[in-house]
Design a binder for this molecule. Structure first.
Ligand code: KG4
Ligand code: ZN
Length: 291
């Protein structure tokens, strides 16, 4: 992603997108605005935040600045409430975070990635296989017709609740180099096996750490959100393991896994309903942390 190009697209699209989204609503019906202030790309954050502040000023309604990661946690509440505490796994292109949700607004970070984010590893492996961003959906589709036991890619052994995905990506790279050196041209069937075997290794790490955290904290509830949570093999495997371990597993609907405005609105609505609002002095913060 080129940050400058992303910013230009944001400026171009923000008015038509908001106009389209607000078509069914009369502006006077709005009683608050939710907007992300970080973490993320500074240019895009600045555009969204300035735009939200302007609407708030003109309509004389409050706005609330949402942390993007907290927005992903709230995507789990779009369709239902979840009893707290629970363990949340946020897996996107930029984040792999294991968070203890003690209750809404009270979080403890218990694990993160030491190198690549989970979604980033899908994107990088897809690129190695000759596909463009986003890699996750391509890998998932290829993997459907592949054999996930075809190649035994490594599962990183990291102590505690942290993750590591760069070794797995390198293992795929070496596998492809070995094929090239032996003049093996991989056909679609083999690409599917590579995709399925990589996907299984990445998912195993996510499932193992999430379930280990839930077990040791004695919390029989977990939720997964962020772009990678749309992955159907991850959803299937966690459901299986959850049933075996008697741990409830929650996902948002697939369309609410990747970045979306609904999760930001639902989070802002929660805080605004408690009388919390943001000041116009709120700054965009590309490195904003949740805890
Ligand atoms: O949450 P998101 O939309 O944006 C970020 O905040 O990063 O997540 C995007 C990431 C990308 O890395 C993309 O490859 C991954 O989520 N992703 C998937 C799937 N759909 C999107 N990864 C695995 N399987 C999928 N079906
Ligand atoms: Zn995101």
């Amino acid at each position: 992603m080129v940050p400058e190009l992303a910013s230009r697209d944001h400026i171009k699209n923000i008015v038509p997108v908001v106009e389209e989204a607000l078509k069914p609503v009369n502006l006077s019906e709005l009683n608050g605005i939710g907007v992300t202030y970080g973490p993320g790309l500074i240019g895009s954050l600045l555009i969204g935040l300035s735009f939200a502040k302007s609407i708030s000023y003109v309509l004389r309604i409050p706005f609330y600045g949402v942390n993007h990661i907290e927005g992903h946690i709230f995507s789990l509440f779009i369709e239902r409430e979840i009893k707290t505490p629970f363990v949340a796994l946020i897996v996107s292109g930029a984040h792999t975070e294991l968070i203890l949700v003690k209750r809404k607004g009270n979080y403890k970070l218990i694990g993160t990635t030491l190198d690549d984010a989970a979604g980033e590893s899908f994107d990088k492996v897809a690129r190695l296989l000759g596909f463009t961003y986003p890699g996750g959906p391509v890998i998932e589709k290829l993997a459907l017709s592949g054999n996930r036991q075809a190649i035994r890619f490594p599962r990183a052994e990291v102590a505690g609740y942290d993750f590591s995905f760069s070794g797995l990506k390198t293992a795929v790279l070496y596998y492809l180099k070995k094929c090239k050196a032996q003049n093996i041209k991989y056909k679609t069937a083999e690409l599917s096996d590579i995709a399925a075997s990589f996907q299984e290794a990445a998912i195993d790490s996510l499932v193992d750490k999430l379930m280990a955290a839930a077990t040791s904290f004695k919390i029989p509830r977990v939720g997964v959100a962020g772009g990678v949570a749309a992955n159907s093999r991850l959803r299937e495997k966690l459901k299986e393991v959850g049933e075996a371990k008697e741990i409830e597993v929650y996902f948002p609907k697939r369309e609410f896994c990747t970045d979306n405005g609904v999760m930001i609105a639902v989070c802002a609505q929660y805080y605004l309903s408690k009388g919390k609002t943001s000041e116009f002095s709120l700054k965009a913060n590309p490195g904003a942390s949740l805890v």
